[in-house]
Design a protein around this ligand. Structure first.
Ligand SMILES: Cc1cc2nc3c(=O)[nH]c(=O)nc-3n(C[C@H](O)[C@H](O)[C@H](O)COP(=O)(O)OP(=O)(O)OC[C@H]3O[C@@H](n4cnc5c(N)ncnc54)[C@H](O)[C@@H]3O)c2cc1C
Length: 368
């Protein structure tokens, strides 16, 4: 029987490996990190409550804060999308990684940490008797080893945590959209507690700028300065988020998953909920391939059928926002507010699924 080799013990690779091992498939995960939580501070952990509940992963011990909504700032306009109850959690990414590592190992996955694989080693696994899964992040070696099409757009990020920050509401995240410092993305202030906040920024890779410079501009703005005035910067990290998916994610005995496939929401850069959903699709596609001889390349169609429409809609919204001027966006938000966007999004908004939100809008119109 074919075995499975997963490159990357990030959250997505681990979730998929656990699914396979619990169905009795021999699954080995390789990762260059010595500790599974290494590098987890480079990313944030804001995930929808609904998405987490559906995901079936271990997350409860990783919760550091709850969020009921967001304030979206576009120049002089602010869109308040605030629900009555908890909509999202802020998770400790290190704890999340550890919990899911333990679950995978318990299910029978062999995880080889401290094992960074080069292109030659990855190609050596292609012996006809092994399924190779590239869950190795935005800059995937597996994708490179097997010449998969490239990811076309990335967002460059920089984020830092501050102690003794001035937070006016610990249950609301602030998002700042501005072409002056956050070209093609946004800056954020996400509270962890009453006094600890994460500030971060993303910029499109199309501008020739380091994300740290954008971060300095962002933290120097009038809107944000007050939050960190007198606060202590704990640590800062640069990273990268893919915001478009690869044109092909399966070929021969190889598939790509999570950030390696570009299965992220282009609007926010969130990749965990969709990555996990695709990990389950991948596990099923691999299982059917190994047990029944179903073609592995069908995985590409399988995940796009379930989640492609939502990811495309996130990409279209991101594209739209990236192209229009700031003045246009301000006017657009003003009109949207006048039409009741705040109460609609506060009641029916869905962080993950814009198609579901459209259905709700459509149904509401029908009922009226
Ligand atoms: C600043 C920032 C904020 C974010 N905020 C959120 C958020 O709030 N919510 C959300 O859902 N998502 C967020 N994301 C995105 C989220 O972090 C990713 O989508 C998610 O971590 C992808 O998981 P993954 O397992 O696919 O990849 P990764 O987490 O990147 O894991 C890949 C693993 O592969 C290993 N690896 C790579 N190459 C090799 C090799 N050659 N050999 C062996 N091992 C290798 C790496 O060491 C790594 O452990 C954010 C990202 C950033 C950068």
């Amino acid at each position: 029987m074919k075995r499975v080799v997963v490159v990357g013990a990030g959250i997505i690779g681990l979730v998929m490996a656990k699914e396979l091992a619990s169905h009795g498939l021999e699954t080995t995960v390789y990762d260059g990190k010595k500790d599974v939580s290494e590098g987890s501070e480079k990313a944030s952990g804001i995930l929808s409550k609904k998405g987490l509940e559906l995901s079936g992963i271990d997350y409860k011990d990783s919760i550091v804060n709850t969020l009921s909504g967001a304030r979206l700032h576009f120049g002089r306009q602010t869109l308040n999308v605030i629900a009555k109850n908890v909509q999202a959690y802020v998770l400790d990414r290190g704890k999340l990684a550890e919990a899911n590592y333990r679950s995978a190992v318990k299910a029978g996955v062999e995880v080889k940490l401290g094992s960074r694989l080069d292109l030659e080693r990855i190609r050596d696994f292609d012996d006809g008797n092994t399924v190779i899964v590239g869950a190795d992040g935005a800059v995937s070696s597996v994708a490179r080893a097997f010449a998969f099409p490239q990811i076309k757009s990335f967002v460059l990020t920089y984020k830092a945590e501050y102690k003794n920050a001035k937070i006016n509401n610990r249950n609301i995240v602030d998002l700042y959209f501005s072409k002056k410092y956050a070209q093609g993305f946004f800056g954020w202030v996400a509270p962890y507690s009453d006094s600890v906040a994460e500030l971060g920024i993303g910029i499109t890779d199309k501008v020739k700028k380091h994300s740290m410079m954008a971060f300095d501009s962002f933290t120097g703005t009038e809107e944000v300065k007050g939050t960190i005035d007198g606060a202590e910067l704990i640590k800062g990290h640069a990273s990268i988020i893919p915001v478009s998916s690869r044109a092909k994610t399966a070929e021969g005995n190889v598939i790509l998953l999570g950030d390696a496939a570009g299965q992220t929401k282009a609007t926010t850069g969130g990749g965990i909920i969709f990555g996990i959903a695709c990990a389950k699709v991948a596990a099923r596609s691999i299982y059917l391939h190994i047990k029944d001889g179903r073609k592995l390349s069908l995985y590409d169609k399988d995940w796009r059928r379930s989640y492609g429409a939502d990811l495309k809609m996130h990409a279209a919204l991101h594209d739209y926002y990236s192209k229009v001027s700031e003045a246009h966006m301000e006017r657009f938000i003003g009109i949207a507010k006048a039409l009741g966007a705040e109460s609609f999004f506060s009641k029916y908004g869905d962080m993950d699924s814009p198609t579901l939100m459209l259905k709700r809008l459509f149904l509401r119109k029908l009922v009226k």
